[in-house]
Design a protein around this ligand. Sequence first.
Ligand code: ADP
Length: 369
Amino acid sequence: MKLRVALASLVIALVGSGAAWLTVWPILKLLLGAPHGVSAIVDPGIQKWQQLLPFLVGLDFVVASAAVFLVLYLTVGVPLARVEAAIDQVASENVTTVSSGGPLVSRVNQALRRLSAELLAERERSEAQVAELERRNAELVRLQAELVAADRLATVGKLASGVAHEVGNPLAGILGYLSIIRMRARGNEELGAVIDRIEHEVQRIDQIVRALLELGRPSRGKAQPVDVRPVIDSCVQLLSAGREFREVTVRVEAPQSLWLRAESGPLSQVLVNLLINAAQAMGGKGQVTVRAGEDGAGGYIAVEDEGPGLAPDVLPRLFEPFFTTKPAGQGTGLGLAVSRHLLSQFEGTLEAGNRPTGGAVFTITLPKP
Ligand code: ADP
């Protein structure tokens, strides 16, 4: 800033003193020598002043420069420097500490503060819009994944209805023949063990066929107000006698009565599936909590476990039919797909996530009756 003011001062002083000298010089010349002719000048005083003239011109220039510099610096340089500092403060977003100075600076400060407040508000608006866009984008991605899964479900469902009867009837036959062989093999332990294994595998095929049939089944349209608390209690009671729940405690945190719109049969099927998954994820040891309650639009039932939770690569694929991480022969990968399908038939949803404290949480939502 000082350099710029100094340069401006030099230029102004040069122009000023140059113009002054141009005006004064003819008069001086006249006074010092013209009436007598230059050669006629004999007065030593006048001669001395003639010799001093260049020095005086220089001195005049220096004094004028210094004076202009001082005036410019105080009246323009200092306020401008303050304005520059204020702009720098705004640029660095430290808008609350813009220093105040003379009237010019304070006016500029006011304008800058107003501008920066508007900019900040604009930035907040933009950030909110970006966040909203990101949220909608994520929602779109989720919906797209759901559509793909639903499409796959529909295809699987159609296929299943086609073959389920064909497979189901022979299966029923095999199970019948097995019970005949079992009667004949009474007393033969080795054969009995083989029959047990065959029956176990056939039961598994039967389960898969039933699950596939479930996927193809259209809505029964029997959704009605259901008190979900007794449904939860009976599922917990049913499972707690089972092998998988020997070292698992199930805690129910729900109001004594909670009326929601659902079908109690499919809802029980979903709950049983979620509870078994939870117990298996914890390796058959730990606590499962079933929380239920009302929220704005309806009600929820959340099944929380203390297992390893859901890995980021597993989460987006959880509801795909046939997706399983369980060892071959143990998981069908149909449980969650069927559960979501069943719930969707009475406007229920099923979402999965991780608890902040570790473990997975599966949340069912149901509409109000
Ligand atoms: P399946 O149990 O036959 O594998 P599901 O559709 O019920 O089929 O589950 C799909 C996959 O979701 C499981 O293989 C498992 O990886 C994961 N999963 C389900 N429930 C849990 C849970 N509570 N904790 C961790 N992973 C789970």
